[in-house]
Design a protein around this ligand. Structure first.
Ligand code: FMN
Length: 257
């Protein structure tokens, strides 16, 4: 089994580790031409961004070809998944990429503008992550064919978010949204953990024009010196099943800048 994943704060990597197989980090391959993979089972485990798939994952899906007897996708998210699964199924169908199963798994929401992270952590037990994971793992083991539909109640919100996407998922906006405060030690972790190699640390932290808005730099800063404009609090999240070293290994693109 080959599992592709993208993770800024560890939720998707934690799920990928539990699923197992050969794990391939999408930022390490997303900009490579001629990607061809074949295995008995292929999986995709990524966060839900604005009810859809992150830009870096779409970039990867536009390049990759895969052959497998069964392909599954899991979107990790924190609150509402909107049309994530149906949207991904359409995207794959258009590119003639096999997709048999798409589900979502609710975890801590790491969106700093929308949610207070300490509250997200406090209420995490109510999301019953283990139970959700067990059900999805059983579906995959049974090779279930199922694309989780959008909830009727989310259709209107999904349309609104779709219209706002060019604004909220604009790769140029991040540089205006993130700033370092006086606690910054210029350690370079933010640059190393950025999935787009979009951060340079000199006398200051400089964010370039390819920001995914993933929050990896802000959540993983060892000095908690990075802040997103409009964040609800200075509380931060990294999934306890994933180390900073693992996230750096997964996302580091510095050598390719
Ligand atoms: C830019 C951005 C947009 C997000 N949009 C959604 C969303 O539409 N719905 C949702 O439930 N969670 C949303 N989230 C929360 C993440 O999907 C969730 O925390 C995910 O598990 C993070 O995965 P990771 O730790 O692997 O990066 C968003 C997070 C970010 C940073």
């Amino acid at each position: 089994m080959t599992v592709f994943y993208f993770s800024a704060t560890g939720n998707s990597l934690a799920v990928a580790k539990r699923i197992g197989g050969t794990l391939i980090s999408i930022p390490q391959v997303a900009d490579t031409a001629g990607l061809n993979y074949s295995d008995d089972v292929i999986g995709l485990i990524v966060p839900v961004y604005a009810f859809t798939t992150p830009c870096i994952v779409k970039r990867f899906l536009k390049k990759v070809r895969w052959q497998a007897d069964y392909v599954f996708a899991i979107g990790t998210h924190g609150d509402r998944y909107g049309g994530f699964c149906t949207d991904l199924a359409k995207f794959c169908q258009k590119r003639k990429l096999r997709l048999d199963y798409a589900a979502t798994l609710k975890m801590v929401d790491n969106a700093l503008i929308g949610y207070e992270i300490a509250e997200q952590i406090r209420t995490l037990p109510s999301k019953r992550v283990d139970e959700q994971f067990t059900a999805i793992a059983a579906d995959i083991a049974a090779r279930k064919r199922f694309i989780k539909p959008m909830l009727q109640s989310e259709k209107r919100r999904n349309r609104q978010i779709k219209m706002l996407r060019p604004l909220i998922m604009n790769p140029r906006i991040g540089r205006k949204m993130i700033r370092a405060d006086a606690k910054c030690t210029r350690c370079g972790v933010c640059a190393a953990v950025c999935p787009n190699g979009n951060i340079a640390v000199t006398e200051t932290v400089k964010i370039g024009k390819r920001c995914e808005m993933c929050g990896g730099c802000v959540h993983n800063c060892p000095a908690n010196a990075l802040h997103q404009r409009g964040e609800k609090s200075a509380a931060r999240w990294r999934n306890p099943e994933v180390s900073l070293k693992e996230l750096i290994e997964a996302n580091n693109r510095e050598e390719r800048r």
